[in-house]
Design a protein around this ligand. Structure first.
Ligand SMILES: Cc1cc2nc3c(=O)[nH]c(=O)nc-3n(C[C@H](O)[C@H](O)[C@H](O)COP(=O)(O)OP(=O)(O)OC[C@H]3O[C@@H](n4cnc5c(N)ncnc54)[C@H](O)[C@@H]3O)c2cc1C
Ligand SMILES: [Zn+2]
Ligand SMILES: [Zn+2]
Length: 671
C-alpha cells in the first residue's frame, strides 16, 4: 500500500491489484471454515463472493454468511477523516476532523436495515442463515475459529474501508486465517480494464479510453472497446445449512443482532445506538423497501415505462446540464437531459447500487434493449469516473485542499452551517432542498449541486461541512460518488490555476434561482417544504425579501437581498417587465430586450434585402469621411454598414439601393 495519508506511491498501492487476477485458484486457502462476509454487496446474483463461497460449500466445507454493522461508520466518529494542511504527510501531523456529524443518520440506517433484512430472508428461504453483528470487524474476526477463509468484496474507493480490510487481514493472520478480497462487481468494468495506472484527466477521457465513441450523445463503442462483463447468475444450491460450531459468531453474544431484533426496525436502530429521538424522527418518514428483489422489480418497471418512453423531446441547454452538446436536435431524448432539471431522480437506482442490492453490470445489461440505454450508460460512466478518482486519490479525497491542493480561505461558522443543514438560509429554493434532504434522505441531482455550490461559493464555507452532512443523511451515500461530486463542486479536484470561484455578486445563484422559477413558476416545491411561505404570492415566493412586509417566521437571507431582476446585460437594477431566458436563467430588462429584438428585426430585414439583390443594406451611421470598401476611393463621405462593419462611400451606398432613411420599421430604443 502507498502512503496511508495520501496514496502517494500509487504504483506500490496498485501492486496487490496486479498480483490478484480476478478468479485464480486459492493457493493460500487455509482449509478451515468459509465465511462469506457481505458488505455493500447485499445480493445473491452477480456476486462473485457468494459464488465462490457456495462452490466451496459444495465441497463439504462449513460456510457462514455474515453482515457486520461497523459502529465507526454509524457513530459520530472522525474515523478515517484526517487532514494535513501542511502536506507533510507525517502521521504526527494528521488532525482528526469532524463537524459533529454521524457517519450514518437514522434514515439511511433504516434503509440499510431493510436491505439486510431482505437478504436474511432470501437466505432463510434457502434454508441458510445470515449472521448479523454490530461491532468492529477486526475484533469480531479475532474470535473466529482458526484457519478460516473469509471472502469479501473489497472497497478500494473508500480509504476507510481499506483500513478495515487491512485490520481484518491482520487479525485473521494471527489465527492462521486469511481474508480473500474480491474485486466483485461494484465497478462496471474489470479491474484490469480500468486505466488505473494512467488515469485520464477527464470524464470524457475515461469514456474514450474505455472505447465510447461519444458518451455525450450515444452508447456506441469502438471495435476495440472494453467489455462490460455480463452479470453472473445467482448460484444454484446446494446452499450451506449454517453449520455453526462451538466457536461460531452467535456465542459471542455481545455483537449479535438476533433475527427477532432484526425484524423490528426500531429495535435494530436502537441496538445500533440511535437515540429515541433520532429513532422516532426516522420512523415517521417514509422509507423505500430494500433488497435485491425490490431493486430488480423497480428496474423492470423503469425499463417498461420511462426507459422506453420516447415522447420526451430533446431539450436545449439548461443551467444544471453538464453540457448541451448533442441535445439540441429534434427527436426523442435518449440521454434524458430533461431529467436533470426535475426533482424525482430518474432510474432511482442509486440507493440500491450503494448497498449493492443491484450491480451496475445488471443495470447496464438489463437496459441494453431499452431506448434510454445511452442515458443510463452516460450516468454509469460518471459513477465509474468518480470511483476511479477515489481509488487513485486515496485519502486526498477528504483533504480540505482536495486532490487539487487548492488553497483558499474557508469559513466554518457552526451556526451558519447548521442553518444551511436545517434549511434556514432565507433562500427558499435552497431551504426546500435542504429540508427535503434532511427529512427523506433524498435530493435530486440539481438540488445537491445547487445547495452544495451555495455553501461553498456563496457562503464561502469549508466544503467538507457539506460533504460530511450529505454522507450522514443521503440514503444513497457512496464514498466515491459523494466525495467525488463534492470535490468537483468545490473545485478542489484540480488546481484551476488559482481561480477562487467565489460567486461574485451572486450572479450564478441568481441565474439558478430564476431557472428554478422558470421550472416551477407556482413554487410547488418550495410550498411543500417551506410552510412559513404559505401566504406569499408566487411572484415573491422565490425571493420573498422583495415583498414590502417580510414573511413572518422565515429567516432573512444569508446572502443579502439579492435582486433577481438586475439586468444581466446592462446591470440596471429592479428592472421589472423584462424577459427571462429560462434556459440560461438570465434576466434582461425591457430596453435590452427591445434592442435585441430590434437586431433580430434588422437581421430579418437584412435577409429580405439580400434576397432582393441589395449589397449593403443595414442600419447605418454617417461618417464624416473614410475609405470606401467597395470602390476603394480614399477620404470620401459615406456610411458604416452596421452588419459588416465596413465603410462605404455615399455613391456605392446608394447604388446598393439602400438609403440611410430606410431604417427598420421598428425604431430601436437602445440606439
Ligand atoms: C454533491 C453531490 C453528492 C452526490 N452524492 C451521491 C452519493 O452519495 N451517492 C450516489 O449514488 N450519487 C450521488 N450523487 C450523484 C447523483 O445525484 C445521484 O446518483 C442521482 O441523483 C441518483 O438518482 P437516480 O438513481 O435516479 O440516478 P440516474 O439519473 O437514474 O442515474 C443512474 C445511476 O448513475 C449514477 N450517477 C448518476 N449521476 C451521477 C453523478 N453525477 N455522479 C456519479 N454517479 C452518478 C448513479 O449510480 C445512478 O444511480 C451526488 C451528486 C452531487 C451533486
Ligand atoms: Zn438591460
Ligand atoms: Zn465607393
Amino acid at each position: 500500500m502507498g502512503c496511508v495519508q495520501c496514496s502517494e506511491g500509487l504504483a506500490e498501492f496498485l501492486q496487490p491489484f496486479k498480483r490478484l487476477p480476478e478468479l485464480p485458484g486459492l493457493e493460500h486457502d487455509p482449509g478451515g471454515p468459509v465465511v462469506c462476509w457481505f458488505r455493500n454487496d447485499l445480493r445473491l446474483a452477480d456476486n462473485p463472493c457468494v459464488e465462490r463461497a457456495i462452490a466451496l460449500a459444495a465441497t463439504g466445507r462449513a460456510c457462514t454468511f455474515i453482515h457486520i454493522f461497523d459502529p465507526r461508520f454509524i457513530d459520530r466518529s472522525a474515523y478515517g477523516r484526517v487532514t494535513d494542511p501542511s502536506f507533510r504527510l507525517s502521521i504526527a501531523q494528521r488532525k482528526p476532523v469532524h463537524f459533529g456529524n454521524r457517519k450514518c443518520g437514522a434514515i439511511r440506517a433504516r434503509f440499510w436495515i431493510r436491505c439486510v433484512q431482505a437478504l436474511a430472508e432470501e437466505l432463510e428461504a434457502l434454508g441458510s442463515e445470515l449472521v448479523v453483528l454490530h461491532g468492529r470487524p477486526e475484533e469480531i474476526f479475532a474470535e473466529y475459529p482458526q484457519h478460516a477463509l473469509v471472502i469479501c468484496q473489497e472497497e478500494p474507493v473508500s480509504p476507510e474501508q481499506c483500513d478495515v480490510e487491512s485490520a481484518v487481514e491482520k487479525s485473521l493472520a494471527a489465527q492462521g486465517s486469511i481474508l480473500r478480497r474480491e474485486w466483485g462487481s461494484m465497478s462496471l468494468y474489470r479491474r484490469e480494464d480500468l486505466p488505473l495506472a494512467d488515469k485520464p484527466g477527464s470524464y470524457s477521457g475515461l469514456a474514450s479510453a474505455l472505447g465510447f465513441q461519444d458518451v455525450w450523445t450515444s452508447a456506441d463503442l469502438t471495435a476495440d472497446a472494453k467489455q462490460v462483463p455480463r452479470p453472473r447468475p445467482r448460484p444454484k444450491g446446494p446452499w450451506p445449512k449454517a453449520p455453526f460450531g462451538k466457536a461460531d459468531f452467535r456465542t459471542t453474544g455481545r455483537w449479535y443482532i438476533s433475527r427477532e431484533v432484526l425484524r423490528e426496525e426500531a429495535a435494530t436502530l436502537s441496538a445500533l445506538g440511535f437515540s429515541n429521538e433520532e429513532l422516532s424522527a426516522a420512523l415517521t418518514s417514509s422509507c423505500p423497501e430494500g433488497g435485491e428483489k425490490v431493486a430488480q422489480k423497480q428496474l423492470e418497471e423503469w425499463c417498461r415505462t420511462a426507459g422506453n418512453d420516447t415522447s420526451v423531446a430533446r431539450m436545449e441547454a439548461s443551467w444544471d446540464l453538464p453540457v448541451a452538446k448533442g441535445s439540441r436536435s429534434q427527436g426523442p431524448d435518449v440521454m434524458e437531459w430533461k431529467n436533470l432539471s426535475e426533482g424525482v431522480g430518474w432510474t432511482q437506482t442509486s440507493k440500491h447500487l450503494a448497498l449493492g442490492c443491484i450491480s451496475p453490470r445488471q443495470l447496464f445489461w438489463r437496459t441494453r434493449s431499452v431506448q434510454k440505454h445511452p442515458g443510463v450508460v452516460h450516468r454509469l460512466i460518471w459513477r465509474e469516473w468518480h470511483r476511479l478518482n477515489a481509488i487513485v486519490w486515496g485519502r486526498r479525497l477528504f483533504w480540505l485542499q482536495g486532490p487539487g491542493r487548492v488553497e483558499r480561505p474557508w469559513k466554518q461558522d457552526p451556526d451558519i452551517a447548521q442553518a444551511w443543514k436545517d434549511g434556514r438560509t432565507g433562500v427558499p429554493y435552497i431551504d426546500a432542498c435542504m429540508r427535503e434532504l434532511k427529512a427523506t434522505g433524498w435530493l435530486a441531482y440539481k438540488g445537491r449541486k445547487t445547495a452544495g455550490a451555495f455553501l461553498v461559493h456563496n457562503l464561502g464555507f469549508d466544503w467538507r461541512i457539506g460533504a460530511f452532512w450529505y454522507e450522514e443523511v443521503l440514503m444513497d451515500y457512496d464514498c466515491a460518488m459523494n466525495y467525488g461530486n463534492w470535490t468537483t463542486i468545490a473545485r478542489v479536484d484540480r488546481g484551476y490555476a488559482g481561480n477562487d470561484f467565489t460567486d461574485v455578486g451572486h450572479k450564478d445563484l441568481k441565474a439558478k434561482l430564476r431557472a428554478e422559477y422558470a421550472n416551477d413558476p407556482e413554487g410547488k416545491y418550495i410550498r411543500q417544504w417551506v410552510p412559513e411561505l404559505q401566504n406569499v404570492s408566487k411572484e415573491f415566493l422565490h425571493w420573498p425579501w422583495l415583498e414590502k412586509k417580510a414573511p413572518e417566521g422565515y429567516a432573512s437571507s444569508l446572502v443579502g437581498e439579492l435582486d433577481p431582476f438586475e439586468c444581466d446585460e446592462c446591470g440596471i437594477k429592479r428592472a421589472s417587465g423584462g424577459t427571462l431566458d429560462s434556459k440560461a436563467g438570465m434576466w434582461y430588462c425591457e430596453t435590452c430586450v427591445a434592442k435585441w429584438k430590434c437586431e433580430q428585426d434588422q437581421k430579418k430585414l437584412l435577409g429580405n434585402l439580400r434576397q432582393k439583390g441589395c449589397r449593403f443594406p443595414g442600419y447605418t451611421e454617417q461618417e464624416k469621411s473614410g475609405d470606401c470598401a467597395e470602390c476603394k476611393e480614399l477620404g470620401v463621405q459615406g456610411f458604416v454598414d452596421r452588419f459588416d462593419a465596413q465603410f462605404y462611400c455615399s455613391k456605392c451606398w446608394q447604388q446598393a439601393g439602400f438609403a440611410r432613411s430606410e431604417k427598420p420599421a421598428r425604431p430601436c430604443p437602445a440606439a
